[in-house]
Design a binder for this molecule. Structure first.
Ligand code: FAD
Ligand code: PYC
Length: 416
């Protein structure tokens, strides 16, 4: 990695930010690749990296219609945890967690993974029963977790109103100490730079507009920069997966919704963990810069606009201020939205399709950032071998025919 001294930084500033060393090449598309990945978010880039690194498949292109990491990867609120209820999802998210724990070293890029712990609050007896059940299940799967009562929560987060007079009294929480946050765009950049160094072509401003399919086998893609051939294509296009699927004549059980987030003006450090409440539709953490990072449940309507409606923001901020009266006069700086593809069982789709060689990795809904390294790792293995990796196999599209759904609405952490 090139390092710049203070003088170097000033020199570049005076040059109007020109002549910086590129982190990755800007290649011309080749006519054909061994594997095409559609979508240059964290999951697509991670898939390309592991294809090259672990399977020696380097003749790979990532086709991104905008810029790398410009989708949900850089729009999310960066919460990473693995406290899911069912064995299948616990295995998937814990696989990712183990990758997170070494990711900065693996990529030689600081993804700022900070294991500051995540609290999922309970406000009713039923919440607490669900929390107890989930923590027990997590422990049986070797995943760290504790059930805290209101006093335990209060001692971890002294600034939260845990009294009985609160509008949403806190009865307790699940606590995963190994969980935390990471810097989202650094994850995309780290994977991009490492994949490029292994020979992967990262093609930005390259939109897939259709698929070439002959005799039930994928032959390649149509793009705004011409046709590109490949017998293996992986679609990793969160938010737009139904659009891509329909281009191939497939119908995925997905709904696309806006999901919003906001950040406040920066404050001195006051909150050193992540607090989530599915019940009141709000969650909060404090970034290393000092901003409060706040998120909501999904906006209930379907749409592709990367924004959201005001009532959702109002409802979430009411809940946050009830829980944290100390924040009542903090000003919000920015608000934005991403489009999340939600599945009926709040679990992703990692699957082959009826078109040979065409795979989908999608449906992560409100919670795919935490899965990025694990998802890329198992999806790459599946594409390389032509068989779904054992951790990915339960997330096949077939489950919507067989009925073997994996209901993770309780663990999803965000209402949808
Ligand atoms: P993306 O990063 O969206 O990448 C998909 C890419 O595909 C995009 O860059 C898009 O431009 C590209 N694309 C689409 N169509 C085409 C085409 N036709 N041709 C070429 N390229 C195309 N998850 C968590 O785990 N923790 C959180 O705290 C969290 N908070 C969230 C908060 C918000 C506000 C939002 C919106 C999401 C949040 N998520 C969270 C979910 C998480 O962001 C996503 O599940 C995850 O980032 C998906 O990553 P991805 O790489 O699959 O998708
Ligand atoms: O999945 O943990 C999560 C999450 C938090 C905010 C949005 N998704």
């Amino acid at each position: 990695m090139q390092r710049y001294s203070g003088f170097g930084l000033v020199k570049h500033a005076l040059r109007h930010h020109e002549d910086w060393q590129r982190q990755w090449r800007n290649p011309t598309p080749k006519p054909r690749y061994d594997v095409i990945i559609v979508g240059g978010g964290g999951h697509g880039l991670a898939t390309a990296y592991y294809l090259a690194k672990e399977h020696g498949i380097t003749n790979v292109a990532v086709l991104e219609k905008g810029w790398l990491g410009g989708g949900n990867t850089a729009r999310n609120t960066t919460i990473v945890r693995s406290n899911y209820l069912w064995d299948e999802s616990a295995a998937l998210y814990e696989h990712a967690m183990k990758h997170w724990e070494g990711l900065s070293q693996e990529l030689n890029y600081n993804v700022m993974f900070s294991q500051r712990g995540v609290l999922n609050l309970g406000h009713t007896l039923q919440d607490m029963r669900d929390i107890q059940r989930r923590v027990n299940a997590n422990r049986l799967n070797g995943i760290d977790g504790e059930v805290l009562d209101a006093e335990g929560v209060q001692s971890l987060v002294p600034i939260m109103d845990c009294s009985k007079r609160a509008r949403y009294p806190v009865m307790g929480a699940s606590w995963q100490p190994r969980a935390g946050v990471a810097r989202h765009d650094a994850v995309a950049w780290g994977y991009a730079r490492a994949a490029d160094a292994l020979g992967v072509d990262l093609l930005q401003n390259t939109e897939v507009t259709g698929f070439k399919i002959r005799d039930g086998q994928i032959q390649g893609v149509h793009t705004n920069r011409g046709d590109i051939e490949s017998k293996t294509v992986g679609c990793v296009t969160a938010g737009n997966s139904s659009v891509l699927a329909s281009m191939a004549g497939l119908n995925l059980p997905l709904e696309s919704h806006p999901l919003q987030a906001l950040v406040s003006e920066p404050l001195k450090p006051v909150l050193d963990t992540v607090v989530m409440s599915n019940h009141v539709h709000g969650y909060i953490s404090q970034s290393d810069k000092g901003d409060l990072v706040i998120g909501a449940g999904i906006d209930g309507y379907n749409g592709y606009g990367q924004r959201g409606s005001y009532p959702t923001v109002e409802h979430t901020l009411q809940a946050i201020v009830e829980m944290f009266p100390i924040f009542s006069r903090v000003r919000m700086n920015r608000q934005w939205g991403g489009i999340v593809d939600t599945c009926p069982d709040a679990c992703p789709i990692l699957s082959k399709t009826k078109v040979k060689g065409l795979y989908f990795n999608c449906g992560w809904g409100t919670g795919g950032f935490k899965a990025t390294p694990g998802s890329g790792h198992v999806f790459a293995a599946s594409l390389a071998k032509g068989e779904m990796h054992p951790i990915a196999a339960p997330f096949s599209i077939d489950r919507f025919h067989s009925g073997a759904l994996i209901d993770e609405h309780g663990a999803a952490g965000v209402a949808h």
